[in-house]
Design a protein around this ligand. Structure first.
Ligand code: FAD
Length: 246
């Protein structure tokens, strides 16, 4: 069944949401059904993307995305194109030095950090509503039920079971996710999942946030108040770039 829209659409208009949904469905669902594209399908995809890159009147980042997919496809000499190769070009901040590095897991962390920070801007008065909109709870559930890396999901569930219930405020939630992500970074540093071009660091490093770091009795300590301020600025809508040019 189709969900009923809250407001009836204006029939005299064309909606960007429909167009972007069509692109999303075509490229991410239908084309993705073929893990390797060959023959006629390679040609069909190249022609389709070439037309989209030339004529789709989308938002700047969508047009940039289409142009870079088009460029990638035009340069692909092989008659067999792995879909994973196609996906590779869609990442910007999460682009790895090889297709198997970074990408989706990196973007999932980014998304959930962003959501924990957004939640700090919408203080709920009602505690039931606050519970329903718990970002950490939603992340825990999503990772448990859907995240493709099952080993990762198990590790994450371990950390969640240990301490997620102790989180008492939206600020604490943003910090909880930050510190658990750093634990994961520490565990994975130097392993084969590490992209050599993007070493696993305790984040944010001093270059990004000098005030987050201090030294007490010759030991490194985080200034949590500074970290929270940094998270709120870094994962803020004002710091989300819609446009990017190579
Ligand atoms: P990521 O660790 O993915 O980080 C993405 C971006 O977030 C970074 O580029 C940086 O800008 C920012 N960032 C980094 N640290 C922090 C922080 N502490 N707070 C806020 N922002 C930060 N891989 C495994 O091999 N084993 C696992 O058990 C495992 N568990 C995972 C559990 C979850 C829930 C998720 C989402 C991923 C997991 N992964 C695991 C994948 C792994 O954590 C990385 O996502 C992946 O290796 C890609 O790393 P990356 O260098 O792109 O940076």
């Amino acid at each position: 069944t189709t969900p009923t829209p809250r407001r009836p659409a204006d029939r005299s208009k064309v909606y960007m949401a429909d167009l972007e949904s069509a692109l999303h469905y075509a490229l991410r669902v239908e084309v993705a059904r073929f893990s390797v594209l060959t023959g006629e399908r390679v040609r069909a995809l190249k022609d389709f993307v070439a037309v989209l890159a030339k004529y789709f009147p989308g938002r700047p980042f969508v047009r940039n995305f289409l142009r870079s997919v088009d460029r990638w496809l035009r340069n692909a000499r092989e008659s067999r194109i792995p879909y994973s190769g196609l996906e590779f070009v869609t990442w910007v901040g999460c682009q790895g030095s090889e297709p198997h590095f970074r990408g989706y897991p990196c973007s999932l962390w980014t998304l959930f950090h962003l959501l924990t920070v957004q939640a700090t801007r919408h203080r709920s008065v009602d505690s039931r509503e606050a519970a329903r909109h718990s970002v950490l709870g939603a992340m825990r559930g999503y990772v448990q039920s859907f995240f493709g890396c099952r080993e990762c999901a198990q590790h994450f569930e371990g950390m969640a079971a240990e301490s997620m219930d102790k989180v008492r405020s939206v600020d604490e939630a943003a910090l909880w996710l930050w510190s658990r992500h750093n634990r994961v970074n520490a565990r994975l540093a130097g392993t084969e999942t590490e992209d050599p071009q993007f070493p696993k660091l305790q984040w944010p490093p001093p270059e990004l946030c000098p005030l987050c770091h201090s030294v007490v009795n010759r030991r490194h300590v985080w200034d949590k108040a500074a970290v929270l301020r940094f998270l709120k600025a870094h994962f803020s809508p004002a710091n989300i770039f819609l446009d990017y040019t190579e």
